[in-house]
Design a protein around this ligand. Structure first.
Ligand SMILES: Cc1ncc(COP(=O)(O)O)c(C=O)c1O
Length: 384
């Protein structure tokens, strides 16, 4: 078996040891534990912890944040539901607003979240060759955006492509949003300040008009379900009203971990000394294995330059079956991959990447990656 399809972070013993110690510390502090387990928090978290979050994040996001800029959610996916529905669909004045995805492929988790249909507007990137067997998606600077957009959304690093948009691209999109008075949602699930899997690219800083979404999941704690939104106070107030009915209360365990992490500056250490080196080594290993088998099988392939996150996004220009068919054939050989066609919600134009790309995770063992890559390469060779 080779599970190369999921989005789970890797199991990293050094990180897990820190998580276990933190969990034990929470359990030992009986007075806090009683209220963590026995009391509801506010809809978007308690004020003391939101203040602590503001203080910790102000430095990293380079903005004088206060608790009014912070909301806690049960994972960032939970926040997206409220955010995407607040800024798309039929508005109180009767107009219809869409969610703009300035570059597709983009995270599948935004699709199917909305209460109204037809809300996604996807825009094609430039595809630039970036060395042998490498390409990169960049923002199409000449793109004209329609007037009916209610929000722009990107993930940085991007799931699935492993792209990390440059600060120049971010600035251009932010200026457009400010001009149009619409929010710019930047999903930092794999980004800075944690887990900070952004390679050599510069970190994002907060500016008014942005809605930043952070998550504890990809540091290795998806089971905590803890996400943080950083946004202008009116957006946080709006989210608080949604959360009061939709969630009743934000969970307490994630913030309890965060309190300890922030006090001891654990996240910075974890990101820079454990997670980044671990994923960098894994990436090099996965690339060597993949390119080795692709060259043995003499197949045409291009890999999106892996700039961040923990996925490899592959394009097979000469493949004669669709990525969904390739997925089925891989599954018959006990190899799971993700077909790329899911990552283009709202795209109306033809784009060969929609049918010829797949996503692989490199969070798995070397044996699994080797087995999965070999099967994949043989199937692509057979159907090219
Ligand atoms: C880009 C991106 N954003 C958000 C999420 C969801 O994260 P969370 O566990 O915080 O809901 C994921 C999960 O795979 C993701 O890939």
């Amino acid at each position: 078996m080779a599970f190369l399809g999921g989005g789970n972070p890797a199991s990293i013993p050094e990180a897990e040891e820190i998580f276990a110690q933190t969990y034990e510390a929470i359990g030992r502090d009986k007075s806090h534990l009683r209220s963590i387990l026995g009391d509801y928090s506010g809809p978007i978290g308690n004020e003391d912890l939101r203040s602590l979050a503001a203080e910790a994040l102000a430095l990293e996001l380079n903005f004088p944040l206060t608790k009014e800029h912070i909301a806690f959610f049960n994972g960032s996916q939970n926040a997206f539901y409220f955010l995407l529905n607040a800024f798309s669909g039929t508005m109180p004045d009767g107009t219809f607003r869409r969610i703009g995805l300035p570059i597709v492929p983009e995270y599948i988790g935004y699709a199917d979240q909305t209460n109204e249909a037809g809300v996604f507007a996807a825009f094609l990137p430039n595809v630039e060759q970036d060395g042998p067997n490498r390409f990169r998606y960049t923002l199409n600077a000449k793109q004209e955006y329609p007037d009916d957009l209610g929000v722009l959304v990107i993930s940085r690093p991007t799931n699935p492509s492993g792209n990390v948009l440059s600060l120049r691209e971010i600035k251009d999109l932010h200026s457009l949003c400010v001009k149009r008075k619409i929010p710019f949602l930047i999903d930092l699930a794999y980004g800075n300040p944690f887990p900070n899997l952004i390679g050599k690219e510069e970190p994002i800083h907060f500016s008014p008009g942005m809605v930043l979404s952070l998550s504890f999941s990809k540091i290795g704690l998806p089971g905590l379900r803890f996400g943080i939104v950083v946004a202008d106070p009116p957006v946080i107030e709006l989210l608080s009203s949604f959360a009061a009915t939709g969630n009743l209360s934000a969970g307490n365990i994630g913030p309890a971990f965060a309190r300890i992490f922030w006090k001891e500056r654990t996240l910075e250490y974890l990101s820079n000394h454990i997670l980044r080196p671990y994923y960098d080594t894994k990436l090099q290993m996965a690339l060597e294995i993949l390119e080795g088998v692709f060259q043995t099988e003499k197949i045409d392939y291009l890999i999106h330059k892996p700039l961040g996150g923990f996925f490899v996004w592959l394009y097979f220009p000469s493949i004669s079956i669709t990525n969904q068919e390739l997925y089925e054939l891989c599954k018959e050989e006990s190899v799971t991959i993700v077909s790329g066609h899911y990552f283009f919600p709202g795209l109306v134009e033809h784009f060969s990447h929609r049918e010829k790309c797949i996503r692989l995770t490199y969070c798995r063992s070397e044996e699994e990656i080797a087995y999965g890559s070999k099967i994949l390469a043989q199937l692509v060779a057979k159907h090219s």
